[in-house]
Design a protein around this ligand. Sequence first.
Ligand code: SAH
Length: 210
Amino acid sequence: MVAAQIASRGIKNRRVLAVMAGMPREWFLPPHLQREAYDDAPLPIGSGQAISQPYIVALMTASLAPGRRDRVLEIGTGSGYQAAILARLVTGGRVYTIERRPDLLVEAEERFRRLSLTNIETRMGDGAVGWPDAAPFDGILVTAAAPRAPAALLEQLAPGGRMVIPIGDLGAQELVIYQSTVSGLEERSAGSVRFVPLISRFAFAEREWG
Ligand code: SAH
């Protein structure tokens, strides 16, 4: 999977490739989908949600490029796959992950235990407000699409930190990378993506989804 679907499409970060090669994606899927775990596709994880296509997980992780001692916030725990990959990259740091659906979060927590990932903190709730008591974060990864970057998340970015977030409407989004610099916030796009929506009464009015 890593060679055929990820490295071949230009993801070069060796640590990201190595961690993904060592992560059993089938453990994050319902039993009837485990045979498809290494397909080049997103897959349903229940409750209308999805585990992203492996290439997109790699693209987002490589765009965030966390350092070993970084504190990283993920919004949208889902299956826990992305958080588990982040946890193995920030071995001397910590991953904070927020999910609004309790059923999904309970299953993800079980997977983190099974993988002995002890550097992940979980929280149930609206991730658009961030995790103020653990802020600031060196990296923030949002794995659900938003009409714009939630202000609370940008505020919780450490100086020099990076936020990766799909921005757009329900049909398609751009993967946007915000980089905090001494002269302000820089922004670039890493390509088109398609995510389920970030649901937040706090951050967006329903009509902003167009
Ligand atoms: N990162 C996941 C995939 C995420 S799918 C993985 O690796 O499997 C998007 C997830 O975001 C869904 O589980 C959805 O319930 C969650 N979500 C949507 N809006 C949210 C919000 N405001 N706060 C936290 N989680 C949210």
